[in-house]
Ligand binder design. Structure first.
Ligand SMILES: Cc1ncc(COP(=O)(O)O)c(C=O)c1O
Length: 487
């Protein structure tokens, strides 16, 4: 065989896999070289016959690759004179990873520094925090309602909808809050969101200017704190005591614009904000022209006593924004929650949402509305509460006694998790690592603190345990494993 003619460029890097479309691979390889400037504008490509011979493919393959490049404007064909790379500017070269500079921009920088990695995922395990008993969700009913909606969706539901959310769902939420939480509101005050997190993020975007001070419970829900930091706010951790957030400390913060808190069941310590503190908070908001963001993330789970009315139900000045979610009563991936806003804020919140994402997906909202209207939701809430109580009891009953350096478990009157103190950070780490080695998931209380306003490192230690994620039998097995691991 005669020697292949010398080609003007280096085609050595082009390796075509005979198991896949050859013309497509060749087209991509040439396009990449044209775009990154290795084949500059005006350069003549080798004759199709030479290239085919060099690459060991048929001439037809090369012709098809050239045709595609020609159709997309990467090359020009001149009759009788071969194929030339077009004269456009090549795409900017991608920097080598080592030389890559982070692009400027305050938003990007904040996101890089402060956005948190996603929460733990995978199948639920004992003692994952933030996860309800979604093994009990009535998927048969849900799928029947889904099928009914999608079999014949009302045409008016298929265009652009109200950014505040499905009207029927908002009415049902308002009615539910009236009966279940003693919160009287107009459906026009309700804005549907993609879970509590988006509700918190919207408040951060709309109520804060960069540099504003925001008070958060310390320890507290770090994902909320991150939403405020991403909006450019300055976080101030406020201490808790047996009555909840220390309002005297809040009052001493200069120029605080917003306070975020979980009054019904503080996350993660489990304290309930006392009535006196609730009234002081409302006074603070009025006096300092501040906002109160009330996160009622697990309000459905109350096992003893009558719950206190939400702050929003006591608010006469339009200072409280109330966040609710379906993710703790159904399952987190549903991404469905809501805000109850002071009446004058509802429209602007809806407009802001419209700019972000128009509105939430129509099917989930309509199906949740049917789920509530037909009584499934209320039944499910009762069932979930019972299950969570039984799972709580399994944990309290079976928890190993006398673990060195670990306090006794506290009574648990609400929610899906509990928090127990540990004598030191080293011991916290030890207990968590030993649990992990036998497949049991525990969270360190030390992860929930902000540096600002936190007590000495040794006082931050503890364990946070979610008890609702798995049934009693699995809780029993996890406890047996812990006993072995901690012996
Ligand atoms: C205090 C608190 N608020 C809000 C949420 C998040 O709710 P959602 O899944 O609806 O965003 C959680 C999740 O664990 C939480 O612990």
């Amino acid at each position: 065989m005669a020697d292949a003619p010398a080609l003007p460029f280096d085609f050595a890097g082009i390796h075509l896999d005979p198991g896949q479309g050859l013309a497509r691979q060749l087209y991509r390889a040439l396009r990449e070289r044209i775009l990154d400037g290795r084949l500059p504008g005006g350069v003549r490509l080798p004759a199709s016959r030479d290239l085919a011979q060099r690459l060991g493919v048929s001439r037809n393959t090369v012709m098809r690759a050239f045709e595609q490049l020609h159709a997309e404007g990467y090359v020009d064909g001149r009759t009788g004179d071969g194929t030339y790379v077009g004269g456009f500017a090549s795409a900017p070269k991608a920097p080598r990873p080592s030389a890559a500079r982070w692009p400027s921009g305050a938003g990007l920088a904040r996101a890089r520094e402060h956005a948190r990695p996603p929460l733990r995922s995978g199948p639920p395990r004992a003692f994952r925090v933030g996860v309800p008993a979604f093994d009990l969700f009535p998927f048969d009913t849900w799928s029947r309602l889904q099928a009914r909606f999608w079999r014949k969706p009302p045409p008016e539901a298929l265009g652009y909808g109200d950014p505040a959310g499905d009207a029927q769902l908002r009415e049902l939420i308002a009615a539910y809050l009236r009966t279940a939480r003693g919160l009287h509101c107009d459906p026009a005050q309700v804005v549907i969101t993609c879970g509590a997190q988006q509700a918190i993020g919207l408040c951060a975007q709309l109520l804060l200017d960069p540099g504003d001070r925001v008070a958060v419970e310390n320890p507290g829900y770090r994902a909320a704190a991150h939403a405020f930091t991403l909006a450019g706010a300055r976080l101030c951790g406020v201490a808790l005591d047996a009555d909840g957030l220390d309002t005297a400390e809040l009052a001493r913060l200069p120029d605080c614009r917003l306070v975020y808190l979980t009054p019904s069941h503080q996350y993660p310590t489990g304290v309930t904000l006392s009535l006196a503190r609730r009234l002081e908070l409302l006074e603070w908001a009025e006096r300092s022209d501040g906002w109160i963001l009330e996160d009622d993330y697990d309000g459905e789970y109350r096992y003893d006593g009558t719950p206190l009315a939400p702050l929003a139900a006591l608010d006469r000045q339009g200072r409280v924004l109330y966040v609710g979610t379906f993710c703790k009563i159904a399952f987190p991936a549903l991404r469905l929650g809501y805000l109850v806003l002071p009446a004058h804020l509802a429209e602007v919140f809806a407009r802001r949402r419209s700019a972000d994402m128009r509105h939430s997906e129509v099917g989930t909202q309509a199906v949740m509305a049917a789920f509530i209207a037909e009584g499934h939701f209320q039944r499910h809430v009762r069932r979930m509460r019972q299950a969570a109580r039984a799972r709580r009891d399994a944990l309290l009953r079976g928890w190993p006694q006398d673990i060195a350096g670990c306090a006794a478990l506290p009574p648990v009157a609400a929610g899906l998790h509990l928090c127990v103190r540990v004598e030191s950070l080293a011991r916290e780490r030890e207990l968590i690592a030993a649990a992990e080695s036998v497949g049991v998931e525990l969270n360190g209380l030390s992860e929930y603190w902000l540096e600002d306003g936190a007590p000495a490192a040794e006082c931050r230690a503890g364990l946070v345990l979610g008890f609702a994620a798995v049934p009693e039998a699995a809780i029993g097995e996890a406890l047996a494993a812990l006993r072995r691991a901690w012996r």
